[in-house]
Write a protein of this length. Structure first.
Length: 226
């Protein structure tokens, strides 16, 4: 099975201007994701997709790497979903039978995470896979259609945190989808979806400056720089 990885690196960002290219612990943010993708040795093709040209690292693997600096404008706005971009590349590279979406904003994922997620989605019973982390928090959704707000738990039977077993939050670190899911549904997830469970310390996603500080601290500890 031929497997491709897509690393989306658009320039626009509201939370942190130019965050995908901002230096984190000695390398641009996108570089951490690129390195684990390359070192996993499971991809036949890695695409780094951007709407700007930037310096590229020296390749040290036999994997084919394509830097697409001409990402279509409709896929580069801060309102654009990554699903159409994935469809765009799936159509462009029909030989790829499974795609992995790796967002640069999750730099704490490891080579082991990618390999373990890949091993799980290879099971024929799964059509796609999403990374998750355990989350026992009780959330409220404002402006729900019928009531104006709604809780994600039964308010008449308020549970203790330790009793909310089996609750997981989606983490944007790893998505796998077999090509027929992407081409038929136009989505990164569909069919029978597998969950790849990640520990909280590797599940942080960078959306604002506080996230950046937390991830920097964790990255420095990992690499002995604290």
């Amino acid at each position: 099975m031929k497997v491709g990885a897509l690393i989306p690196c658009r320039t626009g960002s509201r939370g942190i201007i130019g965050k995908n290219f901002r230096e984190l612990c000695g390398k641009p943010l996108w570089g951490w994701t690129f390195d684990v993708a390359r070192k996993s040795e499971i991809f036949d093709l890695i695409i780094v997709s951007s709407d700007k040209q930037f310096d590229r690292p020296i390749e040290t693997t036999g994997c084919k790497v394509f830097y697409d600096f001409r990402r279509p404008a409709e896929f580069a706005t801060d309102k654009a979903s990554l699903d159409p971009l994935l469809v765009y590349y799936a159509d462009k590279y029909p030989e790829i039978e499974m795609w992995c979406l790796l967002q640069p904003t999750s730099p704490l994922r490891t080579v082991g995470d990618i390999k373990a997620a890949y091993k799980k989605v290879l099971n024929p019973k799964y059509d796609s896979l999403v990374s998750v982390t355990k989350d026992t928090m009780m959330y409220w959704i404002e402006k729900a259609v019928s009531t104006g707000h709604i809780a994600t738990y039964h308010i008449q039977k308020r549970p203790n945190r330790q009793n909310r077993k089996g609750f997981y939050r989606e983490v944007g670190a790893i998505y796998f989808a077999k090509d027929y899911v992407i081409k038929k549904l136009g989505l990164r997830l569909g069919g029978t979806i597998g969950l790849y469970k990640m520990p909280k310390q590797r599940s942080y996603s960078i959306n604002d400056e506080l996230d950046w500080k937390i991830v920097t601290m964790l990255m420095e500890r990992r690499h002995g720089r604290a």
